[in-house]
Design a protein around this ligand. Structure first.
Ligand SMILES: *[C@@H]1O[C@H](CO)[C@@H](O)[C@H](O)[C@H]1NC(C)=O
Ligand SMILES: *[C@@H]1O[C@H](CO)[C@@H](O)[C@H](O)[C@H]1NC(C)=O
Ligand SMILES: *[C@@H]1O[C@H](CO)[C@@H](O)[C@H](O)[C@H]1NC(C)=O
Ligand SMILES: *[C@@H]1O[C@H](CO)[C@@H](O)[C@H](O)[C@H]1NC(C)=O
Ligand SMILES: *[C@@H]1O[C@H](CO)[C@@H](O)[C@H](O)[C@H]1NC(C)=O
Ligand SMILES: *[C@@H]1O[C@H](CO)[C@@H](O)[C@H](O)[C@H]1NC(C)=O
Ligand SMILES: [Zn+2]
Length: 359
């Protein structure tokens, strides 16, 4: 995402090579690719990379795009109005997210060694007294982040970089680390119906070329195990009596509503990442009686398939209106005392320093 954080783009090129050359040879990769749609974008900020001429472990202006904007502060924010003007790179990614049914993703960075998960921002609705901004899917996010860190060569040790901050088990809630607004991870979760985590892959943002092979080896298993997690939980189709798919139907697990309810895609398909357990899944077409089904979810990721559970409405040709979720601070309407969570000037300054060091 940041042009001067170069390890991620190299690792993704290795990943593409590994996937296409293993297909038909490695049984696990063959089954993974037979059952999974994988999209890989090795760089979101090519201009920033071009502007970063030499290896440099610390922050450079290659972090920003040609217009000097930080792309990971450039997305609509669920908690406060983002005043930054949306950049072409960001708009292209937003179009891509809207156009596809992404379910699980990661965005890659350097400058630290940790798997960080949503929320990056927060308000009185989500922030606990411990300064942790919790999403309704916190358990799933912790599992996803741990899947990455525990399969990485050293991230799980949580020792951090040099004498900087350490992270137990190599994971952290984004807001607990430091608050940011306009990040892609929160955007994907709130508006993209996609669970995304942020992977910080190297203490040095732009290491020398001869270290790249080792970074790939350190991340290879973690990347594959992470991709498998897209098959966590439950998936299916919502149909009418004649078996025609119903797009835009709301499908959510009871007790974990999303601020903008997750809806079926154009094929009537839904995907909900959930840990093993018993859940009530609620399929709703506004104006009709909801269908509730109790499901017993097991970990079927090694079979490359979530549990399948379809929903059939007894009516025909019923429609669910395409309710576009407004790109406004959705949580602001739910929050009351948002002033209480504004960081003090002191903390703000500290955060700016941390920011300059890490990301
Ligand atoms: C993968 O899919 C191909 C094409 O459908 C099929 O021939 C092959 O047997 C599948 N391999 C595995 C391991 O499932
Ligand atoms: C955006 O602008 C409004 C109005 O000037 C201001 O109140 C708000 O704090 C700004 N938001 C951010 C995130 O800076
Ligand atoms: C949207 O998806 C269609 C069909 O897969 C594809 O042709 C088109 O290029 C996509 N557009 C974007 C912005 O990703
Ligand atoms: C099912 O979901 C709909 C839409 O979100 C909601 O209005 C309704 O209260 C839910 N029903 C139950 C029993 O939770
Ligand atoms: C994988 O699927 C098969 C049936 O297709 C089932 O027997 C087996 O228990 C599944 N494995 C796991 C780990 O759930
Ligand atoms: C696990 O996945 C297999 C597909 O390989 C599927 O046949 C089976 O129904 C799934 N089992 C559960 C419990 O989700
Ligand atoms: Zn970064």
């Amino acid at each position: 995402m940041h042009g001067d954080e170069t390890v991620g783009r190299e690792i993704l090129l290795h990943l593409i090579d590994f996937l296409v050359t293993s297909y038909g040879h490695d049984p696990v990769i063959t089954r993974l690719l037979n059952n999974t749609r994988i999209h890989i974008m090795p760089t979101m900020n090519p201009d920033g990379f071009e502007a970063t001429k030499v290896p440099d472990c610390y922050y450079t202006r290659g972090r920003y795009n040609k217009n000097g904007e930080d792309l990971n502060r450039n997305f609509p924010d669920a908690f406060e109005k983002n005043n930054a003007s949306i950049q072409p790179e960001t708009q292209a990614v937003m179009n891509w997210i809207k156009n596809e049914t992404f379910v699980l993703s990661a965005n890659l960075h350097g400058g630290a060694l940790v798997a960080s998960y949503t929320f990056d921002n927060g308000n009185s609705v989500t922030i606990s007294s411990k300064g942790y901004s919790r999403s309704p899917d916190d358990d799933v996010f912790i599992h996803l982040a741990k899947t990455y860190s525990s399969n990485h060569a050293s991230m799980y040790k949580g020792t951090g970089c040099d004498n900087r901050q350490s992270f137990p088990e190599g994971i952290t809630n984004g807001y607990s680390w430091y608050q940011l607004e306009g990040g892609m991870q929160d955007y994907n979760y709130v508006w993209g119906q996609c669970f995304e985590i942020t992977l910080e892959l190297s203490c040095c943002k732009y290491p020398p070329a001869d270290q790249l092979e080792k970074f790939w080896r350190d991340n290879k298993v973690a990347l594959i195990e992470y991709i498998k997690q897209v098959h966590l939980g439950v998936k299916g189709q919502v149909m009418d009596r004649n078996g025609n798919p119903i797009p835009n139907a709301i499908v959510e697990a009871k007790g974990r509503p999303h601020v903008c309810p997750y809806r079926t895609n154009e094929h009537g398909e839904y995907f909900l990442l959930l840990l093993p357990g018993t859940y009530v899944i609620n399929a709703t077409v506004p104006g009709y009686k909801s269908i509730l089904k109790t499901v017993e979810i097991t970990d079927n990721t090694s079979n490359f398939s979530a549990l399948k559970q379809d929903f059939s409405f007894s009516e025909v040709s019923i429609r669910s209106r395409a309710a576009s979720c407004p790109k406004t601070p959705l949580y602001q309407q739910l929050g009351r005392a948002s002033a209480a969570v504004k960081p003090t000037l002191h903390i703000l300054v500290l955060m700016t320093v941390v920011l300059a060091i890490f990301k």
